[in-house]
Design a protein around this ligand. Structure first.
Ligand code: PLP
Length: 382
Protein backbone atom coordinates (compact mmCIF):
# COMPACT_ATOMS: atom_id res chain seq x y z
CA UNK A 1 0.00 0.00 0.00
CA UNK A 2 1.44 3.35 -0.99
CA UNK A 3 0.36 6.87 -0.07
CA UNK A 4 2.15 8.42 -3.05
CA UNK A 5 -0.21 10.80 -4.86
CA UNK A 6 2.33 13.10 -6.45
CA UNK A 7 2.93 11.61 -9.89
CA UNK A 8 2.63 15.01 -11.57
CA UNK A 9 5.87 15.85 -9.71
CA UNK A 10 7.53 12.50 -10.53
CA UNK A 11 5.84 9.33 -11.68
CA UNK A 12 7.09 5.97 -10.39
CA UNK A 13 9.39 4.30 -12.93
CA UNK A 14 7.73 1.47 -14.89
CA UNK A 15 9.46 -1.70 -13.57
CA UNK A 16 9.25 -3.48 -16.95
CA UNK A 17 10.68 -0.43 -18.75
CA UNK A 18 13.59 -0.37 -16.31
CA UNK A 19 14.23 -4.09 -16.69
CA UNK A 20 14.19 -3.87 -20.50
CA UNK A 21 16.55 -0.89 -20.33
CA UNK A 22 19.03 -2.66 -18.08
CA UNK A 23 19.08 -5.71 -20.36
CA UNK A 24 19.79 -3.74 -23.52
CA UNK A 25 22.07 -0.97 -22.25
CA UNK A 26 25.86 -1.25 -22.82
CA UNK A 27 28.90 0.79 -21.81
CA UNK A 28 29.80 2.20 -25.22
CA UNK A 29 30.09 5.92 -25.89
CA UNK A 30 27.64 6.72 -28.70
CA UNK A 31 30.27 8.92 -30.36
CA UNK A 32 32.71 5.99 -30.67
CA UNK A 33 32.97 4.26 -34.03
CA UNK A 34 33.46 0.75 -32.59
CA UNK A 35 30.71 -1.81 -31.98
CA UNK A 36 29.74 -0.87 -28.38
CA UNK A 37 29.65 2.79 -29.47
CA UNK A 38 27.46 2.00 -32.46
CA UNK A 39 25.18 -0.10 -30.26
CA UNK A 40 24.76 2.83 -27.85
CA UNK A 41 24.03 5.14 -30.79
CA UNK A 42 21.42 2.70 -32.06
CA UNK A 43 19.65 2.76 -28.69
CA UNK A 44 19.50 6.57 -28.84
CA UNK A 45 18.18 6.62 -32.38
CA UNK A 46 15.61 3.98 -31.59
CA UNK A 47 14.10 6.18 -28.85
CA UNK A 48 14.29 9.15 -31.24
CA UNK A 49 12.22 7.15 -33.70
CA UNK A 50 9.69 6.11 -31.04
CA UNK A 51 9.18 9.71 -29.94
CA UNK A 52 8.93 11.00 -33.50
CA UNK A 53 6.41 8.31 -34.25
CA UNK A 54 4.32 9.25 -31.21
CA UNK A 55 4.22 13.00 -31.90
CA UNK A 56 4.01 12.60 -35.68
CA UNK A 57 7.32 14.36 -36.45
CA UNK A 58 10.63 13.55 -38.10
CA UNK A 59 13.27 11.73 -35.95
CA UNK A 60 15.88 14.33 -37.04
CA UNK A 61 13.78 16.99 -35.32
CA UNK A 62 13.91 15.33 -31.88
CA UNK A 63 16.67 16.49 -29.52
CA UNK A 64 17.45 14.89 -26.15
CA UNK A 65 18.05 17.09 -23.12
CA UNK A 66 18.34 16.64 -19.36
CA UNK A 67 14.65 17.45 -18.96
CA UNK A 68 11.97 20.00 -19.69
CA UNK A 69 13.60 23.01 -18.02
CA UNK A 70 16.70 22.62 -20.14
CA UNK A 71 14.59 22.11 -23.27
CA UNK A 72 12.57 25.27 -22.56
CA UNK A 73 15.78 27.26 -22.11
CA UNK A 74 17.37 25.92 -25.29
CA UNK A 75 14.25 26.77 -27.29
CA UNK A 76 13.41 30.17 -25.83
CA UNK A 77 16.91 31.54 -25.35
CA UNK A 78 18.12 29.89 -28.54
CA UNK A 79 15.43 31.52 -30.67
CA UNK A 80 15.85 34.93 -29.04
CA UNK A 81 19.63 34.77 -29.67
CA UNK A 82 18.92 33.95 -33.31
CA UNK A 83 16.59 36.96 -33.64
CA UNK A 84 19.09 39.28 -31.96
CA UNK A 85 21.93 38.02 -34.19
CA UNK A 86 19.79 38.71 -37.22
CA UNK A 87 18.70 42.18 -36.03
CA UNK A 88 15.06 41.13 -36.14
CA UNK A 89 12.39 43.75 -35.48
CA UNK A 90 10.43 41.18 -33.44
CA UNK A 91 10.92 41.85 -29.75
CA UNK A 92 7.81 40.58 -27.98
CA UNK A 93 7.23 37.24 -26.27
CA UNK A 94 3.74 36.10 -25.32
CA UNK A 95 3.37 33.56 -22.51
CA UNK A 96 0.30 32.35 -20.72
CA UNK A 97 0.06 33.53 -17.13
CA UNK A 98 -0.07 29.91 -15.95
CA UNK A 99 3.16 28.61 -17.50
CA UNK A 100 5.55 26.54 -15.41
CA UNK A 101 8.57 28.52 -14.12
CA UNK A 102 10.71 26.67 -16.68
CA UNK A 103 8.99 28.77 -19.35
CA UNK A 104 7.73 31.75 -17.36
CA UNK A 105 11.04 32.68 -15.77
CA UNK A 106 13.03 31.97 -18.93
CA UNK A 107 10.74 34.27 -20.91
CA UNK A 108 10.98 37.03 -18.28
CA UNK A 109 14.79 36.67 -18.25
CA UNK A 110 14.66 37.79 -21.90
CA UNK A 111 13.65 41.28 -20.70
CA UNK A 112 17.34 41.89 -20.04
CA UNK A 113 17.91 41.45 -23.79
CA UNK A 114 15.28 44.07 -24.64
CA UNK A 115 12.27 41.78 -25.06
CA UNK A 116 8.81 42.76 -23.88
CA UNK A 117 6.72 40.04 -22.21
CA UNK A 118 2.97 39.93 -22.70
CA UNK A 119 0.78 37.53 -20.75
CA UNK A 120 -2.38 35.73 -21.85
CA UNK A 121 -4.76 35.50 -18.90
CA UNK A 122 -6.82 32.48 -17.92
CA UNK A 123 -10.41 32.03 -16.75
CA UNK A 124 -11.56 30.85 -13.32
CA UNK A 125 -10.98 27.20 -14.29
CA UNK A 126 -7.38 27.90 -15.24
CA UNK A 127 -8.04 27.67 -18.96
CA UNK A 128 -6.02 30.08 -21.15
CA UNK A 129 -8.28 32.73 -22.74
CA UNK A 130 -8.24 32.12 -26.51
CA UNK A 131 -10.06 35.38 -27.14
CA UNK A 132 -7.00 37.43 -26.16
CA UNK A 133 -4.84 36.13 -28.98
CA UNK A 134 -6.02 38.59 -31.59
CA UNK A 135 -5.34 41.51 -29.29
CA UNK A 136 -1.89 40.32 -28.20
CA UNK A 137 -0.31 39.03 -31.42
CA UNK A 138 1.12 41.85 -33.53
CA UNK A 139 3.93 42.45 -36.04
CA UNK A 140 6.49 42.53 -33.20
CA UNK A 141 5.54 39.13 -31.75
CA UNK A 142 8.51 36.77 -31.86
CA UNK A 143 7.12 33.75 -30.07
CA UNK A 144 4.19 32.43 -28.05
CA UNK A 145 4.56 29.82 -25.27
CA UNK A 146 1.50 27.84 -24.20
CA UNK A 147 1.33 24.71 -22.11
CA UNK A 148 -0.82 21.68 -22.94
CA UNK A 149 -1.89 20.82 -19.38
CA UNK A 150 -1.28 22.90 -16.28
CA UNK A 151 0.85 21.04 -13.77
CA UNK A 152 -0.74 22.65 -10.73
CA UNK A 153 -4.44 22.41 -11.59
CA UNK A 154 -4.60 19.80 -14.34
CA UNK A 155 -6.53 22.22 -16.58
CA UNK A 156 -6.33 21.08 -20.22
CA UNK A 157 -5.43 23.98 -22.51
CA UNK A 158 -6.79 24.74 -25.98
CA UNK A 159 -3.26 24.60 -27.45
CA UNK A 160 -4.22 23.70 -31.00
CA UNK A 161 -6.99 26.26 -31.16
CA UNK A 162 -4.65 29.00 -29.90
CA UNK A 163 -1.83 27.91 -32.23
CA UNK A 164 -4.22 27.90 -35.21
CA UNK A 165 -5.35 31.43 -34.37
CA UNK A 166 -1.75 32.63 -34.09
CA UNK A 167 -0.74 31.09 -37.40
CA UNK A 168 -3.74 32.63 -39.10
CA UNK A 169 -2.60 36.06 -37.96
CA UNK A 170 1.11 35.52 -38.66
CA UNK A 171 2.67 32.19 -39.64
CA UNK A 172 6.16 33.50 -38.71
CA UNK A 173 5.37 33.59 -35.00
CA UNK A 174 7.23 30.73 -33.25
CA UNK A 175 4.71 28.65 -31.26
CA UNK A 176 6.22 26.59 -28.43
CA UNK A 177 4.27 24.11 -26.31
CA UNK A 178 5.20 22.74 -22.87
CA UNK A 179 3.76 19.25 -23.34
CA UNK A 180 5.14 17.85 -20.05
CA UNK A 181 1.82 16.92 -18.39
CA UNK A 182 0.15 15.85 -21.65
CA UNK A 183 2.87 13.73 -23.26
CA UNK A 184 1.97 10.02 -23.39
CA UNK A 185 -0.95 10.71 -21.05
CA UNK A 186 -3.77 12.34 -23.02
CA UNK A 187 -5.31 11.60 -26.42
CA UNK A 188 -5.23 15.17 -27.71
CA UNK A 189 -1.72 16.01 -28.90
CA UNK A 190 -0.20 19.29 -30.10
CA UNK A 191 -0.67 19.48 -33.90
CA UNK A 192 2.69 19.94 -35.58
CA UNK A 193 1.09 21.87 -38.46
CA UNK A 194 0.62 24.79 -36.06
CA UNK A 195 2.86 24.03 -33.07
CA UNK A 196 6.52 24.60 -34.04
CA UNK A 197 8.23 23.17 -30.98
CA UNK A 198 7.28 21.11 -27.96
CA UNK A 199 9.09 19.52 -25.07
CA UNK A 200 8.57 16.82 -22.46
CA UNK A 201 10.23 15.30 -19.41
CA UNK A 202 11.03 11.63 -18.72
CA UNK A 203 10.24 11.52 -15.01
CA UNK A 204 6.63 12.57 -15.64
CA UNK A 205 5.94 9.49 -17.79
CA UNK A 206 7.51 6.65 -15.82
CA UNK A 207 11.11 7.07 -17.04
CA UNK A 208 13.78 8.59 -14.79
CA UNK A 209 14.83 12.10 -13.80
CA UNK A 210 17.51 13.80 -15.87
CA UNK A 211 16.13 13.01 -19.32
CA UNK A 212 13.72 14.79 -21.63
CA UNK A 213 13.57 16.01 -25.18
CA UNK A 214 12.19 18.63 -27.51
CA UNK A 215 10.85 18.66 -31.03
CA UNK A 216 11.77 21.60 -33.25
CA UNK A 217 10.40 22.29 -36.71
CA UNK A 218 13.00 23.08 -39.40
CA UNK A 219 11.26 26.39 -40.04
CA UNK A 220 12.54 28.00 -36.84
CA UNK A 221 16.31 28.19 -36.34
CA UNK A 222 17.80 28.50 -32.88
CA UNK A 223 21.36 29.23 -31.74
CA UNK A 224 22.97 26.80 -29.28
CA UNK A 225 23.44 27.91 -25.68
CA UNK A 226 26.34 25.56 -25.04
CA UNK A 227 29.45 24.59 -26.99
CA UNK A 228 31.89 21.72 -26.98
CA UNK A 229 30.34 18.87 -28.95
CA UNK A 230 28.21 17.92 -31.92
CA UNK A 231 25.76 15.70 -30.02
CA UNK A 232 22.08 16.43 -30.66
CA UNK A 233 23.09 18.45 -33.74
CA UNK A 234 25.12 20.72 -31.41
CA UNK A 235 22.03 22.00 -29.60
CA UNK A 236 22.82 19.85 -26.56
CA UNK A 237 26.53 19.06 -26.70
CA UNK A 238 28.09 16.52 -24.34
CA UNK A 239 27.91 12.73 -24.13
CA UNK A 240 24.31 11.59 -24.23
CA UNK A 241 22.51 10.00 -21.26
CA UNK A 242 22.15 6.64 -23.01
CA UNK A 243 20.52 4.93 -20.02
CA UNK A 244 18.00 7.77 -19.64
CA UNK A 245 17.23 7.83 -23.35
CA UNK A 246 16.77 4.05 -23.48
CA UNK A 247 14.45 4.20 -20.46
CA UNK A 248 12.55 7.10 -21.99
CA UNK A 249 11.80 5.00 -25.08
CA UNK A 250 10.78 2.00 -22.97
CA UNK A 251 8.56 4.14 -20.72
CA UNK A 252 6.88 5.71 -23.74
CA UNK A 253 6.17 2.26 -25.20
CA UNK A 254 4.82 1.05 -21.84
CA UNK A 255 2.60 4.15 -21.56
CA UNK A 256 1.23 3.71 -25.05
CA UNK A 257 0.61 -0.03 -24.58
CA UNK A 258 -1.62 0.72 -21.59
CA UNK A 259 -2.76 4.18 -22.67
CA UNK A 260 -6.54 3.73 -22.60
CA UNK A 261 -6.67 1.48 -19.55
CA UNK A 262 -4.45 3.88 -17.55
CA UNK A 263 -6.59 6.88 -18.46
CA UNK A 264 -9.65 4.88 -17.43
CA UNK A 265 -7.99 3.88 -14.18
CA UNK A 266 -6.79 7.34 -13.09
CA UNK A 267 -10.15 8.84 -14.04
CA UNK A 268 -11.89 6.24 -11.87
CA UNK A 269 -9.51 7.01 -8.97
CA UNK A 270 -10.15 10.77 -9.22
CA UNK A 271 -13.92 10.29 -9.39
CA UNK A 272 -13.84 7.80 -6.55
CA UNK A 273 -11.99 10.27 -4.34
CA UNK A 274 -14.61 12.93 -5.09
CA UNK A 275 -17.54 10.65 -4.34
CA UNK A 276 -15.90 9.45 -1.12
CA UNK A 277 -15.39 13.07 0.00
CA UNK A 278 -19.06 13.74 -0.84
CA UNK A 279 -20.12 10.67 1.11
CA UNK A 280 -18.06 11.85 4.10
CA UNK A 281 -19.62 15.31 3.76
CA UNK A 282 -16.29 17.09 3.43
CA UNK A 283 -16.45 20.75 2.47
CA UNK A 284 -14.17 20.96 -0.58
CA UNK A 285 -14.02 22.92 -3.82
CA UNK A 286 -12.85 21.29 -7.04
CA UNK A 287 -10.85 23.93 -8.91
CA UNK A 288 -11.17 22.51 -12.42
CA UNK A 289 -14.34 20.68 -13.55
CA UNK A 290 -13.95 17.01 -14.49
CA UNK A 291 -14.41 17.56 -18.22
CA UNK A 292 -11.79 20.32 -18.36
CA UNK A 293 -9.16 18.50 -16.32
CA UNK A 294 -6.50 15.92 -17.01
CA UNK A 295 -7.70 12.77 -15.22
CA UNK A 296 -4.18 12.44 -13.76
CA UNK A 297 -4.48 15.62 -11.66
CA UNK A 298 -7.08 16.63 -9.10
CA UNK A 299 -6.91 20.14 -7.70
CA UNK A 300 -8.97 20.60 -4.55
CA UNK A 301 -9.33 23.31 -1.92
CA UNK A 302 -10.65 22.79 1.60
CA UNK A 303 -11.94 26.18 2.84
CA UNK A 304 -11.19 26.79 6.51
CA UNK A 305 -7.94 24.81 6.41
CA UNK A 306 -4.40 25.68 5.37
CA UNK A 307 -2.74 23.65 2.64
CA UNK A 308 0.68 24.06 4.28
CA UNK A 309 -0.39 22.44 7.55
CA UNK A 310 -2.52 19.87 5.70
CA UNK A 311 0.58 18.88 3.72
CA UNK A 312 2.59 18.46 6.92
CA UNK A 313 -0.13 16.34 8.49
CA UNK A 314 -0.52 14.16 5.40
CA UNK A 315 3.23 13.65 5.12
CA UNK A 316 3.43 12.53 8.75
CA UNK A 317 0.71 9.99 8.02
CA UNK A 318 2.44 8.68 4.89
CA UNK A 319 0.38 10.49 2.22
CA UNK A 320 2.42 12.41 -0.32
CA UNK A 321 0.66 15.10 -2.27
CA UNK A 322 1.62 18.58 -3.40
CA UNK A 323 0.67 22.06 -2.34
CA UNK A 324 1.35 23.53 -5.76
CA UNK A 325 3.96 22.72 -8.34
CA UNK A 326 6.78 20.66 -6.79
CA UNK A 327 9.27 23.34 -7.76
CA UNK A 328 7.45 26.01 -5.75
CA UNK A 329 6.09 23.92 -2.90
CA UNK A 330 8.86 25.17 -0.59
CA UNK A 331 7.71 28.73 -1.08
CA UNK A 332 5.20 30.38 1.24
CA UNK A 333 4.11 32.84 -1.47
CA UNK A 334 0.57 32.24 -2.79
CA UNK A 335 0.53 30.17 -5.97
CA UNK A 336 1.01 32.34 -9.08
CA UNK A 337 -1.26 29.98 -11.02
CA UNK A 338 -4.17 30.07 -8.57
CA UNK A 339 -3.75 33.85 -8.24
CA UNK A 340 -3.94 34.15 -12.05
CA UNK A 341 -7.29 32.30 -11.81
CA UNK A 342 -8.43 35.11 -9.47
CA UNK A 343 -9.61 32.65 -6.84
CA UNK A 344 -10.53 33.90 -3.36
CA UNK A 345 -7.72 33.85 -0.84
CA UNK A 346 -9.27 31.10 1.28
CA UNK A 347 -9.31 28.83 -1.78
CA UNK A 348 -5.74 29.67 -2.76
CA UNK A 349 -4.38 29.05 0.73
CA UNK A 350 -6.22 25.76 1.17
CA UNK A 351 -5.58 24.21 -2.27
CA UNK A 352 -3.72 20.97 -2.77
CA UNK A 353 -2.83 18.88 -5.82
CA UNK A 354 -3.46 15.15 -5.80
CA UNK A 355 -2.02 13.34 -8.80
CA UNK A 356 -2.41 9.73 -9.81
CA UNK A 357 -0.49 7.08 -11.69
CA UNK A 358 -0.91 3.50 -12.87
CA UNK A 359 0.26 2.38 -9.41
CA UNK A 360 -2.50 3.88 -7.22
CA UNK A 361 -5.44 1.79 -6.07
CA UNK A 362 -9.03 2.43 -4.92
CA UNK A 363 -8.07 1.26 -1.41
CA UNK A 364 -5.32 3.89 -1.23
CA UNK A 365 -7.78 6.53 -2.43
CA UNK A 366 -10.25 5.50 0.31
CA UNK A 367 -7.54 5.87 2.95
CA UNK A 368 -6.56 9.28 1.61
CA UNK A 369 -10.18 10.48 1.51
CA UNK A 370 -10.80 9.26 5.07
CA UNK A 371 -7.67 11.02 6.25
CA UNK A 372 -8.62 14.26 4.49
CA UNK A 373 -12.11 14.09 6.03
CA UNK A 374 -10.71 13.58 9.52
CA UNK A 375 -8.16 16.36 9.07
CA UNK A 376 -10.81 18.85 7.87
CA UNK A 377 -13.15 17.94 10.71
CA UNK A 378 -10.47 18.46 13.38
CA UNK A 379 -9.04 21.62 11.75
CA UNK A 380 -12.40 23.32 11.29
CA UNK A 381 -13.69 22.40 14.74
CA UNK A 382 -10.67 23.79 16.65
N1 PLP B 1 6.77 21.98 -17.26
C1 PLP B 1 5.83 21.39 -16.53
C2 PLP B 1 4.38 21.55 -16.91
C3 PLP B 1 6.18 20.62 -15.41
O1 PLP B 1 5.23 20.01 -14.69
C4 PLP B 1 7.55 20.51 -15.07
C5 PLP B 1 7.96 19.78 -13.85
O2 PLP B 1 7.38 19.97 -12.79
C6 PLP B 1 8.51 21.13 -15.89
C7 PLP B 1 8.08 21.86 -16.97
C8 PLP B 1 9.98 20.98 -15.61
O3 PLP B 1 10.40 19.67 -15.87
P1 PLP B 1 11.85 19.11 -15.53
O4 PLP B 1 11.77 18.61 -14.14
O5 PLP B 1 12.09 18.00 -16.49
O6 PLP B 1 12.82 20.20 -15.72
Amino acid sequence: MSGYFDSAASMPIFPRALLNTLTKINHGNPSSAHLPGRQAKKIINNTRLQIADYIGGDPDQIYFTSGATEAANILIQGYISYLINNSSFRNEIIVSSIEHPAVFQTAYAMQSKGFVIREISCNEWGEINCNEIERLVNEKTAMVCIMAVNNETGAIQPVNEIARQIKKIDSDVFVVCDAVQQFAKLDVKPELQVVDALFMSGHKIGADKGIGCFYLSNRFPILPLMYGGVQEQSYRPGTENVYGIALLGEALMESLRNHDSTIGKVRQLARHLISRLDFLQVNYVRLVPDEKSSPYILSLAFPGTSSASMMRDLTTSGFYISQGSACSSHSMAPSRILSAMRLPNEIITSAIRISFSYENTLEEVDLLADHLALYCKVEIEI
